[in-house]
Design a protein around this ligand. Structure first.
Ligand code: SAH
Length: 397
């Protein structure tokens, strides 16, 4: 028997626009439901098939669409096609720039809901975030071994987002060698970066900020730079290559700061101009304000403050707070490069929060660049949720 979900009248609109999610509230009836993660056909209220999807009983997103052709077979060959297709689109970028790491699959935006695949040299790192991708894990691994026969495959499914899908957290080797504790990747005109696949954040590194790190370089000649939430010092490397006079990294992770130090040496940049402060950024910024410390360039790249819509108001207060403090610390003519990676925060809202922050700091500013996630983190047109990273470069009077 075919597993079936029938939608309420009028609740088929988003699916007909090829948005890949079916919320539990949209469902009128179900029959012969499959085991968690297996396929189910979605019908509109007049019994027309709309899509084939993965069934996710534990999540409010009750089904995630694999294909809008309801008779598609979801097997190894399906994954091979979708992953190859996604990789083809990245190849141009990789070949042109000599980069050795990229996001090969960006989940929903590449037609593979809940599946993230990052590639660091010859290590493929999988993050499985949906019951459907979990159910087809063996097919996905088999497909990857065909497309990337020389690569090792490692799993980093330890994001708490898995709990919403009723999946346990897990990491480990899926095929080939265990990654060394650190590997070196290259990005943007040969910058060398140490990546810890097994224990680093996300799949090891923040590939999404690649273009934005590069964008910082041009603002830093002779400047004093403050890099808040620095992680392994990504932005600082470009500040130094751009001949910054001094750079301060602030992060709560001592391990990340140690790696930042080694990244600077690895790139033959001058560690003598750099400080590493293992501190809470909120506390650091307040202290710097009290002490009257000033900077020419400040980067704010905080972690996701809003994990859900209900956390958005609190997140806005957090973003406003750090942006207000940073604006206060800037010398006249200074540059504020500020980000939000919370998907729930829209670009409009983020701009408004930053505008309010500058108003509170009694500073005027102009946006001179709008930044976003790198092109290997694309956004499928019917899936605006795919756009999560917003960045503003503001010239402060
Ligand atoms: N800009 C980095 C990525 C930053 S990720 C890059 O380009 O690679 C966010 C970082 O913020 C993490 O390293 C995390 O350790 C740090 N962090 C989170 N909360 C913090 C806080 N309150 N104070 C200081 N650092 C914090």
């Amino acid at each position: 028997m075919v597993s079936k979900i029938i939608l309420h009248p009028g609740r088929d609109k988003s699916l007909k626009r090829h948005h890949p999610w079916v919320f539990s509230k949209a469902i009128a009836s179900t029959s012969d439901l499959p085991q968690k993660g297996a396929e189910v056909i979605i019908y509109d209220s007049s019994n027309n098939p709309l899509a084939i999807a993965a069934y996710s009983p534990d999540s409010q997103i009750r089904a995630r669409v694999w294909s809008f052709e309801a008779d598609t077979v979801i097997d190894e060959e399906f994954f091979e096609k979708r992953i190859s297709n996604a990789f083809e689109k990245r190849k141009l970028m990789l070949e042109k720039s000599g980069m050795s790491a990229c996001r090969v699959v960006a989940a929903e935006s590449d037609g593979l809901p809940g599946l993230i695949i990052d590639r660091y040299n010859n290590y493929l790192v999988l993050e499985i975030l949906s019951a459907g991708a979990q159910y087809h894990k063996a097919d996905i691994i088999a497909a990857l071994r065909k497309i990337f026969p020389d690569d090792n495959i490692y799993e980093r499914s330890d994001s708490r987002a898995r709990l919403k899908e009723g999946l346990e957290l897990t990491t480990g080797v899926l095929y080939g060698k265990e990654p060394e504790d650190e590997i070196i990747i290259s990005e943007n005109a040969n910058m060398q970066i140490l990546v810890d696949i097994k224990n680093g954040h996300k799949t090891g590194y923040y590939l999404d900020q690649r273009d934005n790190r590069y964008a910082l370089e041009k603002y830093c000649f002779g400047k004093s730079v403050l890099n808040c939430f620095s992680y392994t010092g990504g932005f600082s490397l470009y500040a130094l290559r751009g001949r910054a006079k001094s750079v301060i990294n602030v992060d709560v992770s001592k391990k990340a700061l140690d790696t930042a130090k080694r990244n600077i040496v690895l790139n033959h940049l001058d560690p003598g101009r750099v400080k590493f402060l293992c501190e809470d950024v909120f506390a650091y910024l307040r202290k710097a304000k009290e002490q009257g410390t000033k900077f020419d360039v400040i980067v704010l790249d905080p972690p996701k403050f809003a994990e859900s819509q209900s956390q958005l108001p609190k997140a806005c207060r957090g973003y406003k707070d750090i942006n207000m403090l940073a604006a206060t610390l800037l010398n006249p003519g200074g540059i504020l490069m500020t980000y939000s990676c919370s998907g729930h925060m829209t670009a409009d809202l983020f701009q408004k929060v930053v505008a309010d922050a500058l108003l509170d700091a009694n500073r005027n500013g102009q946006i001179i660049e709008f930044l976003t996630q790198a092109s290997d983190h694309p956004v499928a047109l019917p899936y605006p949720e795919g756009l999560y990273l917003k960045g503003l470069v503001i010239k402060v009077d």
